[in-house]
Design a protein around this ligand. Structure first.
Ligand code: 1JT
Length: 262
């Protein structure tokens, strides 16, 4: 991945949603953006991670931190109202949506065992949230901008145990296309990064995740697993002017794993 150029994000304000800790993909993306000179706005979900996100945000100058629970319409509305006020008319240039959730049992049992409630929860938090965020963010992106979300190969291929998250990511990838089509005329681009498996706190909850990582490292064209910094640099590219011609797409940052057949 070539550099997007020093200071490619200078003067741009980017909202990063989904940091929980230093292993979060959203954290790697925020780091790449900060390195390119972006001013950051971070949101966190729940008091449990408030302190950790505030501490991580303190690493970067002028970073604002807000609570936002994407499963609650009122929380999303309140956050965007506060943000609009605090930006004092300065446009928002980018949004990173790095949010997903599913019940642990729905990533372990047969997919056909998925309950209505488990399905609704995974799709609500992981897929509908992008629609709500895009709707609220677009009016703040007066000079155009870019939205980036995170997806996984399980959206389009059967990946053992990914189950309902695969269905949620399939919905998310379709949303990327509909939103890109609708927001394109306003100069807002919408893309997804399909990351290879990475040992994040979410992934740690998956049984046998280490063997998934070994499997990928042994077979991927680059013979290694994805480094979160590679996802960060690709997000910075998509959010910068260097990505100006790309919208509605899914870019794979997975050591090339997805090109393989047998
Ligand atoms: C969630 C979790 C979303 C783990 C996720 C995720 N997107 C990618 N992963 C990692 C992963 C998981 C499996 C996998 C490969 C990668 C945890 C719960 C919250 C939502 O299977 C090969 C199962």
């Amino acid at each position: 991945m070539p550099e997007t150029g020093a200071g490619a994000m200078a003067g741009k304000t980017v909202l990063v949603m989904g940091i929980a800790n230093r292993w979060s993909l959203a954290y790697a993306i925020a780091q790449a953006l900060a390195r390119q000179g972006a001013e950051l706005v971070l949101t966190y979900q729940g008091e449990r991670v408030k302190r950790s996100v505030e501490d991580l945000g303190a690493e970067w100058p002028a970073t604002r931190v807000y609570p936002c629970d994407v499963s609650q319409d009122a929380s999303v509305a309140t956050f965007f109202e506060q943000l609009a006020g605090d930006l004092h008319g300065k446009p928002l240039a980018g949004v990173v949506h790095s949010i997903a959730f599913a019940n642990k049992e729905d990533l372990e049992r047969p997919f056909a065992a998925t309950s209505r409630a488990g399905f609704a929860l995974a799709l609500d938090v992981s897929a509908y949230s992008l629609v709500a965020v895009a709707r609220h963010a677009a009016p703040l992106m007066m000079e155009g901008g870019a939205i980036v979300t995170l997806t996984y190969l399980g959206a389009t291929r059967v990946v053992t145990n990914y189950n309902v998250m695969g269905v949620a990511k399939a919905a998310l990838e379709a949303e990327v296309r509909y939103l890109a089509s609708e927001l394109g005329p306003q100069g807002i681009r919408v893309n997804a990064i399909s990351a290879g498996p990475i040992k994040t706190a979410s992934a740690r909850a998956i049984k046998d995740f280490s063997s998934i990582l070994d499997h990928v490292a042994q077979r991927a064209p680059l013979r290694r697993v994805t480094d979160p910094a590679e996802v960060g640099d690709t997000a910075a590219f998509l959010l910068s002017d260097a990505g100006r011609g790309v919208t509605g797409d899914v870019i794979f940052v997975d050591s090339g794993y997805h090109i393989l057949g047998i």
